[in-house]
Design a binder for this molecule. Structure first.
Ligand code: SAM
Ligand code: SF4
Length: 338
């Protein structure tokens, strides 16, 4: 079949489609309390997950609509078998210039040479504390040493490393400065994320009631580390980035719940079961798996995606308001991919 030819896709608010976050699984080997309950998780049956074949086909269509960058996420991407061979096939798709990945780092270290070989530009490593006991309390697993092994392996391989830390009142505030201190000697970008009330029994009701919002995180870091000097944000970025005098790396703050960055959002999310979210806060706007499995052509898929993207909410607040089930708490970030 000849390749599709569509113009670059824009939504009704003038934002281009450039970036796909692809959740390759809903399964995980950690149980971060802000993301998943400890017990009683019902994972999707295997046949309800998209196959790699189906993912490759969908990404192929999306590149025709403007997607240039794909980030693999989950659940934990490395829990899915044969991830690296899948990444090899993804890297061979025409039109993609950037493949990256978000991982909890537990199973990642042995795969780092393969990631480097594949030309993976950047890895986001989730790490909320450098303290082993608090790591256990937050993730309900004793895996900090494995995660640190991954951190060092990534640095040695020369892969650009971003550390993602969720800021949790009463849980890891004492860790923010030690985590930011990693950027003093190491070429890492340490990013602090506002906690969002997705699954895990959060009591945060509104952005106004968030104890640690982006402003307070910045004040806290500045009180201990000196001035955070802003670096201009590239279009589409979610993190406000800063340099600190004397630090080799940088720090970032992601106002994930305050949602200050929606105006330049250029992304789509494809969930492990083949749902499309045009905003982190919507409840899913298109069932691509159903279309795929009912014989849709690439052209049908592209049309459906174009419609969904065009009609996306103006921002995360509107998307949240439009959800049929309002509470974010019913959904796990492990099915969304962060
Ligand atoms: N398992 C991988 C990991 O942890 O890096 C990838 C998936 S995880 C859902 C992606 C990102 O979402 C992680 O950096 C995680 O910290 C973040 N995340 C999960 N739940 C969150 C929440 N309730 N608020 C803020 N960030 C959250
Ligand atoms: Fe797993 Fe990542 Fe969710 Fe933690 S944040 S439970 S590592 S998917």
């Amino acid at each position: 079949m000849p390749p599709l030819s569509f113009p670059q896709l824009y939504d009704a608010h003038g934002r281009p489609l450039e970036y796909l976050r692809l959740a390759v699984t809903d399964r995980c080997n950690l149980r971060c309390f802000y993301c998943m309950p400890e017990e009683g998780i019902t994972y999707l049956p295997k046949h309800e997950l998209l196959s790699y074949e189906e993912m490759l086909r969908l990404v192929g269509v999306m590149t025709q609509l403007g997607v240039r960058k794909v980030r693999l996420t989950g659940g934990e991407p490395f829990v899915r078998r044969d991830l690296v061979p899948f990444m090899e096939r993804l890297a061979a798709l025409p039109g993609l210039s950037d493949i990256s990945l978000t991982t909890n780092g537990v199973l990642t270290a042995p795969h780092v040479p393969a990631l480097a070989r594949l030309g993976i530009k950047a890895v986001n490593l989730s790490l909320d504390t450098l303290d082993r006991q608090r790591f256990f309390e937050i993730t309900r697993r004793d895996e900090l040493p494995q995660v640190l092994r991954t951190l060092h392996a990534l640095l040695e391989a020369g892969i650009q490393l971003k550390i993602n830390a969720v800021v949790m009142d009463g849980r890891n505030i004492q860790d923010l400065v030690p985590l930011a201190e990693l950027s003093r000697e190491l070429p890492v970008d340490v990013r602090f994320i506002e906690e969002m009330p997705f699954n895990g029994g959060s009591h945060i009701a509104t952005p106004e009631s968030l104890p640690w919002n982006h402003r307070r995180i910045r004040q806290h870091l500045e009180a201990h580390l000196g001035e955070l000097a802003p670096v201009p944000m590239p279009v589409g970025a979610t993190a406000s980035e800063y340099t600190i005098a004397g630090h080799r790396g940088s720090v970032g703050i992601i106002a994930a719940y305050s949602r200050t960055f929606c105006g330049s959002c250029n992304r789509l999310r494809l969930t492990a079961e083949g749902g499309i979210k045009t905003c982190l806060y919507d409840q899913g706007v298109l069932d691509l798996r159903a279309l795929l499995r009912n014989g849709a052509t690439d052209n049908d898929l592209a049309e459906a995606l174009a419609q969904a993207f065009y009609h996306r909410a103006a921002n995360g607040f509107e998307a949240e308001r439009l959800r049929p089930v309002h509470q974010l708490n019913f959904e796990s970030m492990a099915t969304i991919g962060g």
